[in-house]
Ligand binder design. Structure first.
Ligand SMILES: [Fe+2]
Length: 280
């Protein structure tokens, strides 16, 4: 028997959203972007998506299904994505879920996904699987978000989730009737915890499904997407301190020390925060 995905609107109390997310391991918040923002994002990424690889064959051994265009490095490629990364509602929920385990969370990975007709379903997995050091159920390490740029329906491959699976031990296997499709209108955001089983659904419709995935992790973990290469120092200098901190550029305690004379050709480090500490 499947649990449902809790649904919220931006005017709902933050504590209720956090409670729903904590209990089900996933939640949907409707109405976090408007049509204008979604059009802007589409325009910013259109050329990149057009150039992206599009496999017309399906290999069940591939982690990523075919017939899907995928573009990463969204901090560099999209001003709108930069705004979404800093969304205050999402930040508050990340604070709630991740700050018990770290002093600061960071952007973990970014991607725009256009899932075309005929794309198969993705194998269900946990975002925290790269951190296998921790036994299941793991402490909260990651919060993931999927921003619906188009409508997400069961037919066009809306994300599949197993609510409650973030609390399961290693030997608990899901049954087909425990899998739920995160149907949501464009403008909504699906959140899920790093321990929640999930994967892209199969697109059996005639249309593409467009989503943007932004995930966040504890500040002391290795990020899935290498922001130091995707956001090179010359570009980092143009970003706001708030965004730099969000993408994990500043030092985390003694982690991430660098020599500004090498990285930037200058004596003055451009990135310092209250948590910056001299490691020596
Ligand atoms: Fe995933």
């Amino acid at each position: 028997m499947s649990e449902s995905i809790p649904q919220f609107s931006p005017s709902d109390a933050q504590k209720d959203m956090a409670a729903g997310l904590r209990q089900a391991g996933c939640a949907v918040i409707t109405g976090l972007t408007d049509e204008g923002q979604r059009q802007e994002l589409r325009a910013e990424l259109a050329d990149h998506l057009a150039e992206a690889e599009f496999k017309t064959t399906e290999d069940s051994a591939d982690f990523y299904p075919g017939r899907t265009r995928r573009v990463t490095a969204l901090v560099t490629r999209s001003k709108t994505a930069q705004t979404l990364i800093l969304d205050p509602c999402i930040k508050a929920l990340c604070d709630e879920m991740l700050l018990p385990n770290c002093e600061r969370h960071q952007l973990h990975v970014t991607a725009a996904l256009e899932v075309g007709p005929g794309a198969r379903a993705q194998t269900l997995h946990r975002e925290e699987d790269p951190f296998a050091f921790f036994p299941l159920p793991r402490p909260n390490l990651i919060v993931a978000t999927m921003w619906a740029i188009s409508d997400f329906t069961a037919d066009n491959g809306a994300t599949l989730l197993v609510p409650g699976s973030h609390l399961w031990p290693e030997d608990r296997v899901h049954t087909p009737d425990e899998v739920v499709s995160a149907e949501m209108p464009a403008g909504s955001v699906l959140l899920w915890l790093g321990g929640t089983l999930h994967g892209a659904g199969a697109n059996i419709s005639k249309d593409s499904r467009y989503g943007v995935i932004l995930t966040y992790s504890l500040g002391w973990l290795r990020q899935e997407e290498n922001q130091f290469l995707d956001v090179p120092p010359e570009m980092a200098q143009q970003l706001s301190p708030e965004l730099l901190e969000a993408i994990g550029y500043p030092m985390y305690n003694a982690l991430g020390v660098y020599d500004p004379r090498v990285a930037l050709g200058s004596e003055a480090p451009p990135v310092t925060t209250a948590s910056h500490r001299d490691p020596i």
